[in-house]
Design a protein around this ligand. Structure first.
Ligand code: URA
Length: 226
């Protein structure tokens, strides 16, 4: 367990490193890196997809419409942005808000892995498909796996992954908003020391999971966090 203050310093050092990153072409079109923000010792971490226009302009994650909804959802469970840590799979904006490319994710994932290793949250709530597939190491889509806690691969069972829909998917679709609200309502219980005991019928634990299919082309590598 890191000393209080250590994680803040470690994140600042990592932020400076990401600021120099030239690993992919997004470094040439970005206005600012969007490293992440919030409590360096957060028990709950959110991982979105990639910065959009406003995030790129301000250098902060989730400051647009989806971010406003995220704040509302946090308020629902008695939390503010300052209580949690918010990051993205990509630290730079894809032009025109296109989907992240596999090679961009591959180049950038090391930064997210290091953020997770520094913060050591109890629960990581992935927002949408890209962060869910990357961190679960499985190709299952968010509509199938949302609301089902599972151990984060590579964390030795110390971190629970909890996928939910991306807030942007709920901005104009009431049914998605309802699903997102219901999933958020499970977060306090997961944070309340019950993070390692998924409800009956939920995802299998690591030891019960079948080995990943070797031929799966989009299967990301297992994370090596600690
Ligand atoms: N959508 C994301 O996935 N991340 C942001 O930071 C903003 C919008």
């Amino acid at each position: 367990m890191a000393e209080v203050g250590d994680s803040k310093t470690a994140l600042e050092e990592l932020r400076a490193e990401v600021g120099q990153c030239r690993r992919c072409a997004l470094s040439r079109s970005r206005t600012n890196i969007v490293f992440g923000s919030g409590n360096p010792d957060a028990l709950l971490m959110f991982v979105g997809e990639a910065p959009g226009y406003h995030e790129d302009q301000q250098g902060q994650p989730f400051v647009g419409q989806a971010g406003k909804l995220l704040e509302k959802l946090l308020g629902r469970i008695g939390l503010t942005r300052g209580d949690v840590y918010i990051a993205n799979v990509l630290k730079c904006r894809p032009p025109g808000n296109r989907d992240p490319l596999l090679e961009e994710i591959d180049e950038c994932r090391v930064y997210l892995e290091r953020q997770i290793a520094i913060i050591e949250p109890l629960v990581i709530c992935t927002l949408g498909n890209f962060s869910t597939k990357l961190l679960s190491g499985k190709p299952d889509g968010i509509t199938r796996v949302h609301g089902v806690p599972q151990p984060l691969p590579g964390s030795g069972g110390r971190i629970t992954l909890f996928p939910v829909l991306h807030p942007a998917a709920a901005l104009y679709t009431a049914a998605n908003l309802r699903i997102l609200e219901e999933d958020f309502d499970h977060l306090p219980q997961l944070l309340d020391g019950k993070a390692d005991s998924p409800p009956p019928g939920a995802a299998m634990d690591e030891s019960q999971q079948p080995p990943p299919a070797p031929e799966a082309p989009s299967e990301p590598e297992q994370l090596d966090l600690f």
